[in-house]
Design a protein around this ligand. Structure first.
Ligand code: PEP
Length: 259
């Protein structure tokens, strides 16, 4: 199987203004550099609010910091009369490598459905950004034992219309809604079960090579204490980290999960 570089992605959500972002990235960069971090070995990425991206770009580029960054969302459109939306073209010109699409907070609070998520994923790809496509079941669905079929179905809908070539550039994040921001992390076995099922679905649609190369992340209350066991699972290729990514020391420990 092709080697998949683990991706540790920090989703800051609506936290940190552009000055706080600079302080956090400087501390993170210092910690990672001090630990001999290499992006080729484990890729670290941060997802600040839109308003921080220019500051992060200036810092990362100017100081040649080994850190990728991306946006938490993007418009499905390229430009025009879409007040308040942000184009993938603008994110690309700010040096973003990624854009999260379909985070459960967007799906719940903003009513985003799989069809819109698929359009956002396509927009990201059009603009040279790798979409981090989030899927995951709520508590009732898991309690009813339908979590695998539900989440696989969500992935199918969220990737609708993508070519195999496009699919080869995406990242998928399995984020059970009951584990996000709750302190209740999925067991390593649950994360592995779902990531294996998602990879099998990608193989069914786009073939074994695309599936074998795709990075599948787990997200939901990941901390440095839980990261090593989660990331040791054969189909878990990284983590999407919310709360714990706001603390540079803790996030750096997660990035160094295999040290
Ligand atoms: C997230 O928002 O993607 C997330 C996983 O949050 P937390 O780590 O805080 O549960």
């Amino acid at each position: 199987a092709p080697a998949r570089t683990p991706l540790i992605a920090g989703n800051w959500k609506m936290n940190m203004d552009h000055r706080e972002a600079v302080t956090l990235v400087q501390r993170l960069a210092w910690l990672l550099q001090d630990a001999g971090h290499e992006q080729e070995h484990v890729e670290a990425a941060v997802f600040p609010p839109f308003t921080d991206l220019r500051a992060v770009q200036t810092l990362v580029t100017g100081d040649r910091i080994e850190l990728a960054y991306g946006a938490q969302d993007l418009s499905p459109e390229d430009s025009g009369a879409y007040t308040g939306d942000v184009s993938g073209a603008f994110l690309n010109s700010l040096g973003c490598a990624y854009a999260i699409v379909g985070h459960s907070e967007r799906r719940t609070i903003h009513g985003e459905d799989d069809a819109l998520v698929a359009r956002k994923a396509a927009a990201a790809l059009r603009h040279g950004l790798a979409p981090v496509v989030c899927v995951g079941e709520g508590l009732e669905v898991r309690q009813a034992g339908r979590h695998v079929e539900h989440t696989v179905e969500q992935l199918r809908g969220s990737l609708a219309g993508l070519s195999a070539e496009d699919a080869a550039r995406i990242v998928v994040a399995y984020e059970p809604v009951w584990a996000i921001g709750t302190g209740e992390v999925a067991s390593a076995g649950d994360a592995q079960e779902m990531c294996a099922a998602l990879r099998a679905e990608v193989a069914r649609i786009h073939g074994d090579d695309v599936a074998a190369g795709m990075r599948l992340l787990y997200g939901g209350s990941v901390k440095s204490s839980s990261a090593p066991e989660l990331l040791a699972q054969p189909d878990v290729d990284g983590a999407l980290v919310g709360g714990a990514s706001l603390d540079a020391d803790e996030f750096a420990r997660i990035v160094r999960f295999d040290a």
